[in-house]
Design a protein around this ligand. Structure first.
Ligand code: NAD
Ligand code: DAU
Length: 349
């Protein structure tokens, strides 16, 4: 039985992960989330009363509250999803990205170090079932952009291009330093683009579904030929659990499903599925510093930990589109709130 602190558990991937853990393990989950614009407690309405689940509204920069949570709930595992996660917002307002993603991760690491009383001899202890672990959820964007060939391995040099990815790469380095200097047992996972239920509609797939449903223009950056390596969110959750349980302390694991698709192809597929005309596509000014291509080499996690994605893109994108069609209230609440101010500034002015 583990007591797992999930930070950012009210966001897109975090909420899917909390549900996945409650359904697949006997762990106790403490969901610690500030509920920023991206956090939505309704993402977990169905499991809010589960006996192994507790929600605490809090900031990962709040060391006093973190101290109390570690002590009160005897936390032995941290999975850190809490972050500012949208590249476009990091171009407009980089400061909050460094604050939350770098200083926030540092504050969490300090809380774990203090309560776990780790020392340098702990760092290679691999028995997670009896021990502690800090898992930093990172991203393939820390590796920068690929040309037409090649894939990111765990040894690819860090070369972030946006304030968002620079903040995530910085956080990875701080986590690494706590492992090597203080013996804080941990892993870093670097996943490719996720899609699935509960993704905030500022991101490509839910944005395009939402606009298409409302007969609004679909803003495609540049020529739409940028490539992302898409993974269904539940497969990301199962990969994180595999790394928690079997990952070698101090190691980085890339996570991806060998599923490279150009943005324009995804947008066209969404239009076709929803029976909407291609004329809704509008090519708009490109994102500054836009990374052309990401692709993950997942050899390490598949061979070392035996993890495999279970979902195909063809099937899971349909599940995802259907989820948004079945949950208009979830989407409409966001579309009627402060998000529309962002949308106007970003796309309409
Ligand atoms: P998200 O924006 O949907 O959710 C982020 C969550 O963090 C929100 O619930 C928000 O309220 C919370 N949060 C923000 N600042 C906080 C703070 N100071 N204290 C506590 N909570 C705070 O993000 P997501 O897409 O679910 O991504 C989760 C993590 O996974 C991020 O670290 C991101 O970098 C990483 N990641 C995302 C993807 C992807 O495709 N979405 C891929 C790889 C890695
Ligand atoms: O690769 C993992 C990363 O994937 C995560 O670390 C980030 O948190 C997550 O936001 C995501 O970053 P991207 O920038 O790849 O995702 P986004 O959905 O913003 O954009 C996907 C692609 O679609 C990208 O090439 C930009 C393009 N795009 C996006 C938007 C919002 C458009 O063409 N038009 C748009 O309006």
């Amino acid at each position: 039985m583990k007591n797992i602190l999930v930070t950012g558990g009210a966001g897109f991937i975090g909420s899917n992960f909390v549900r996945f853990i409650l359904q697949n393990t006997d762990f106790s989950v403490i969901n610690y989330d500030l509920l920023t614009y991206a956090g939505n407690i309704k993402n977990l309405a169905d499991i809010a009363c589960s006996p192994n689940y507790k929600f605490i509204k809090g900031d990962i920069l709040d060391d006093t509250l973190l101290d109390k949570v570690f002590a009160d709930y005897d936390i032995d595992t941290v999975v850190n999803f809490a972050a500012e996660s949208h590249v476009d917002r990091s171009i407009v307002d980089p400061q909050i990205f460094v604050k939350t993603n770098v200083l926030g991760t540092l504050t969490l690491l300090e809380a774990a170090k203090k309560h776990w009383k780790t020392d340098i001899n702990d760092k290679y202890s691999t028995d997670y079932s009896a021990g502690v672990k800090f898992l930093q959820v990172s991203t393939d964007e820390v590796y920068g952009a690929l040309g037409k060939t090649g894939r990111f391995t765990e040894n690819t040099p860090l070369s972030p291009n946006s304030p968002y990815s620079a903040s995530k790469a910085s956080a990875d380095l701080v986590v690494r330093s706590y492992f090597h200097t203080f013996g804080l047992p941990g892993n870093i996972t670097r996943c490719s683009n996720n899609y699935g239920p509960y993704q905030f509609p500022e991101k490509l797939i839910p944005l395009m579904i939402s606009n298409a449903c409302n007969d609004k223009k679909l803003p495609v950056y540049g020529d739409g030929q940028q490539i992302r390596d898409w993974l269904f969110v539940e497969d990301h959750c199962s990969a994180i659990l595999a790394v928690l349980e079997k990952g070698k302390q101090g190691c980085v694991y890339n996570i991806g499903g060998n599923n490279e698709i150009a943005n324009l192809d995804i947008v066209s597929l969404i239009l076709q599925t929803l029976n909407k005309p291609k004329s809704l596509i509008e090519f708009v000014k490109d994102r500054p510093g836009h990374d052309r291509r990401y692709a993950i080499d997942n050899t390490k996690i598949t061979t070392e930990l035996g993890w495999q994605p279970k979902h195909t893109f063809e099937q899971a994108i349909q599940t995802t589109i259907q989820w948004y069609l079945n949950n208009p209230n979830w989407l409409n609440e966001i579309l009627s709130g402060e998000y529309m101010g962002y949308y106007e500034r970003m796309y309409e002015r």
